[in-house]
Ligand binder design. Sequence first.
Ligand SMILES: *[C@@H]1O[C@H](CO)[C@@H](O)[C@H](O)[C@H]1NC(C)=O
Ligand SMILES: *[C@@H]1O[C@H](CO)[C@@H](O)[C@H](O)[C@H]1NC(C)=O
Ligand SMILES: *[C@@H]1O[C@H](CO)[C@@H](O)[C@H](O)[C@H]1NC(C)=O
Ligand SMILES: *[C@@H]1O[C@H](CO)[C@@H](O)[C@H](O)[C@H]1NC(C)=O
Length: 497
Amino acid sequence: MLILVLNLVFLNVFNAEVSPKFCRIWGPGLYPDKIVMPARYFFIEARNLENERINKSISEDFKAVIEGLSEQNTPCRIWTNNLDVKDGSYIIRYKVFEKCYDLKISVTHFNKHVADSPYKIIGEVLPDHCDCPSYTLNNMLKEWKCGNIPKQITKDLESIDSINWENLRKEIISNYDKPYSVSLCHYVIKQNKIYRNCYGKYVGFKMFMDSILLSLSRKAILPDVEFFVNLGDWPLVVKKDKSRNNRTYPIFSWCGSLDSDDIVMPTYDITESSLENMGRVMLDMLSVQGNTEEPWENRQPKAFWRGRDSSKERLKLIKISRNHTDIMNCSLTNFFFFRDEISEYGPKSDHVSFYKFFDYKYQLGLDGTVAAYRFPYLLAGGSLVFKQESKYYEHFYGDLKPYVHYVPIKRNLDDLVEKINWALDNDREAKKIADEGKLFSNKHLLPKNIFCYYSHLLNEFSQRIVSPIVILDKMDKVEQTNQKETCNCNKIYKDEL
Ligand SMILES: *[C@@H]1O[C@H](CO)[C@@H](O)[C@H](O)[C@H]1NC(C)=O
Ligand SMILES: *[C@@H]1O[C@H](CO)[C@@H](O)[C@H](O)[C@H]1NC(C)=O
Ligand SMILES: *[C@@H]1O[C@H](CO)[C@@H](O)[C@H](O)[C@H]1NC(C)=O
Ligand SMILES: *[C@@H]1O[C@H](CO)[C@@H](O)[C@H](O)[C@H]1NC(C)=O
């Protein structure tokens, strides 16, 4: 008996021992010369001496050192961030602040190099603010290994064979001339310069679209293209709208719905968090993975939810939760839409850091006014997500599978308690779905994927336009703003033969 116990202890220790050689390292951050992003990132997966994945947090971190030389031959300014995902995997991300030469990425574990470390990048590595497009958009899609055209784009553009803006643009502008309810921006990209004119009283959100276009145009030569962007929450191109004479309008929106024909883009939220990774935003798809504190086993077996009162189902959730405090902890953090019902559904609760949501095993994805834009972050956090049925969707929903990546719940929440109970009784399956959800987010929703989605969309869309692309009257040029210092572009794109 004693021998058996000792044996088990020994085996356990043995299985958790990291083999630097067998560990895996991969990700776009290993190719910083080809893939320019605000924050570069790569993954480390711990493996043991048997070449098996170690699925739990290991006590000794991997060490990542990223260094290179500036143009002045001094160590170049790089900020590195080591994120422990606490499942035996790590995300290393780093921000390059100036042009760097001969970058070296070393990953070690107890002073031993891991996988193929050190990774040496000969030549120059550009910071994201350099306006040095070095390939066509088509070639960028290849260099970045963006993969096939996303299914949602194919679907959205399926019925659009050719776009002639000649008359259509006037029709769209007059049809949506509702300055207090519609916020629409008209963009033209010509010779890799961006021009736009916006219509509506509230067009502040144009900054997100400007930023992603400017960012792409610093990396690649964008095709000449003309398009409209709906800045509002709600999709605009409602199906069967008689005013359009059965024609659809090709308009980009952050959110899609089953009863409209808008061409969906990544939401402004995930767009910004991709652009401002290691910058202005706190919450992004990488930070959420590195800042959850507990592995699945230690998370409380309860459904946790915080949010504002932006739908009547959210109010209903509060009532259900009060009847099931043993398995639910849900409350409203703000009253705006139903201010007069605060006595019934309040008091409003204190703000809880989003990272702390993942002290709980179960998360709820409930629509707000439209799709709840926190859904990607919920998937990334490694808890099981219960998602309310909805007519609204984001650009990636089409690739998600119910009971594989998340558990669907009825719109009226009538099966919520039953489904939480299922998860409580089937912890292993619940964890599997949670793990798959997180895997999905790492495969489809990281900053690189967001850049790729926009690139594919612009590329596909531009090919359908048959009218000449001209800078129109009253359009303003959108200028690069974050040009902190000038960059000498050596590799700048020249007409490819
Ligand atoms: C570790 O994860 C891998 C891949 O997800 C899985 O196949 C394996 O069964 C897991 N091992 C343990 C001990 O949980
Ligand atoms: C619009 O489509 C409907 C159904 O397909 C058709 O009956 C109607 O005549 C069409 N209207 C126009 C103006 O083309
Ligand atoms: C909560 O429980 C009470 C008492 O059993 C019941 O009357 C009420 O309908 C329940 N509310 C919800 C939303 O489930
Ligand atoms: C609900 O969650 C909050 C935040 O984690 C916690 O402070 C509070 O004690 C929880 N309430 C109950 C009844 O468990």
